[in-house]
Design a binder for this molecule. Structure first.
Ligand code: SAH
Length: 447
């Protein structure tokens, strides 16, 4: 998954797509919420303003960090919104963008700094100056390259980032009792004893090449994924012996260990170690850690992505997306978007384990989050502004209003497969004994 998405030699995000082909938008492979409506990014911007107010309006040291910023649209919409709150806008020291793709980094720079703005390189990453408030923007390839300092108040955004991080998949198998145990000293009757019952062991699902001459039929590709695509080059096979990852990842959390007794043989499990690394990093920046102590926790992280969100561990969720359709994740490596369900409970667990200074709220559905953030009111304002500015061109204005309303209903659609239901929001905040619920998660804006 990592090689296919972000390999140096050309992954899906790092140069494999031919010139002129884009990941995003109608002509690309998928559409994301910030690309559907500016209102999405505006409400996320408001969320950070509300947190900045609730946490005491720190006058300097605020940082905006976005991981996986795509075309930069979300950051642009958030910054435009934050500009309307000059005291917060002036408290921002720097913007950091964690981006693996050189092409997308360039697109983000063009949007946020202007096409002609120069980009310089340093040991940390790439630098330019933002069109909003002339703020410095720094691009890095991983979050580890962003300096951590105790006086900073980091506001972190992760939208459709975690689903692109590589997963490991496991199946619990029953291993027959083949091992010969040495005879016990008391047991003189039998010279050796077989272990009497089979044991349960996690086995990793490995990606291996399909045999030459494979067809969709011989590989059992689901019908919905075989349309117009060649037979997959790779397939998943179950490892015959425990791999290194199988020995420790499924043992790393009580949630995974419980599957042995609750589900038993046949249980499936997906684990994303990189998600835990990112969640731990967010938590340490906000709440401090042994390595980076912080006298007072500050900042917030907002994670928006899709996944079960009910505490269950994702299974069988690796998918390929091409031109807005589900395809086999094993066909067209590097040319197909790959993603997997996000395990929000694992993110929450990693965050609270990494720092005693944080607490987690949610996940709540995207529909709830956006509705609590006031999407209806914002859409009303926008449609009124369109009508007021229409002048004689009422037909065009009506069309624009219709588009705004369509986008809004799409973002909050709670039907099966609807974005409002499938996508979830989770917040990591300074520890406060759960006394203050953040806005968008059932709380009110602080006065
Ligand atoms: N947040 C954007 C884009 C989502 S697509 C939106 O919602 O529109 C995923 C983004 O994460 C892309 O910008 C991709 O280049 C980036 N990305 C994927 N894997 C990454 C990794 N391992 N490290 C850094 N960036 C990554």
């Amino acid at each position: 998954m990592r090689m296919c998405l972000t390999a140096d030699i050309g992954g899906y995000y790092t140069g494999a797509l031919e010139e002129g082909r884009d990941q995003f938008g109608l002509k690309g492979d998928f559409v994301t919420s910030p690309e559907i409506s500016q209102v999405f990014g505006e409400l996320c911007g408001i969320w950070y303003v509300a947190e900045w107010i609730a946490q005491g309006r720190q006058s300097k040291g605020v940082e905006l960090i976005e991981v996986g910023p795509g075309r930069g649209t979300l950051m642009d919409d958030m910054l435009r919104t934050i500009q309307r709150f000059p005291a917060m806008a002036n408290s921002i020291d720097a913007i950091y963008m964690v981006e693996a793709s050189p092409e997308l980094r360039e697109a983000q720079k063009n949007l946020l700094c202007g096409k002609d703005a120069p980009m310089t390189e340093s040991k940390v990453g790439y630098h330019s100056v933002c069109k909003y408030n002339a703020l410095p923007i720094v691009w890095t390839e991983t979050i580890k390259s962003i300096p951590i300092a105790p006086e900073k108040m980091p506001f972190i955004m992760a939208h459709e980032f975690f689903d692109a991080l590589p997963i490991h998949a496991f199946e619990l198998v029953s291993v027959p009792a083949t091992q010969t145990a040495p005879p016990s000293p008391a047991d003189t009757a039998s010279p050796s004893t077989k272990t009497s019952h089979p044991t349960l062991q996690w086995r990793e699902m490995l990606v291996s090449p399909t045999p030459p001459g494979s067809t969709h039929a011989s590989l059992n590709t689901p019908a919905s994924q075989s349309r117009d695509t060649p037979p997959p080059d790779f397939q998943l096979t179950l490892a015959k012996a425990p791999t290194r990852h199988a020995l420790y990842l499924p043992e790393s959390s009580p949630r995974y260990r419980a599957l042995k007794s609750t589900v038993g043989a046949g249980a499936l499990l997906e684990i994303c170690p990189d998600a835990a690394l990112y969640a731990s990093d967010f938590a340490a920046r906000i709440g401090g850690s042994a390595q980076h102590p912080k006298p007072k926790a500050s900042g917030a992280a907002l994670v928006l992505d899709y996944g079960p969100g009910d505490g269950t561990v994702p299974t069988n969720s690796l998918r390929g997306i091409s031109r807005h359709r589900r395809v086999s994740p094993f066909a067209g490596p590097g040319l197909t978007d790959l993603s997997a369900d996000v395990d929000f409970a694992a993110i929450a667990e990693a965050a609270t384990r990494a720092s005693e200074g944080v607490e987690v709220h949610g996940p709540v559905s995207q529909a709830d989050f956006l509705q609590w953030m006031g999407i209806r009111e914002r859409v009303d304002m926008l449609t009124r502004a369109i009508k007021d500015a229409a002048g004689t061109n009422a037909v065009e204005a009506d069309k624009k209003v219709e588009d705004v309303k369509k986008a809004w209903t799409r973002l909050v659609d709670r039907g099966p497969g609807g974005m409002g239901k499938v996508y979830k929001a989770l917040a990591i905040l300074p520890e406060n004994e759960g006394k203050r619920r953040p806005v968008g998660f059932g709380g009110d804006i602080a006065a």
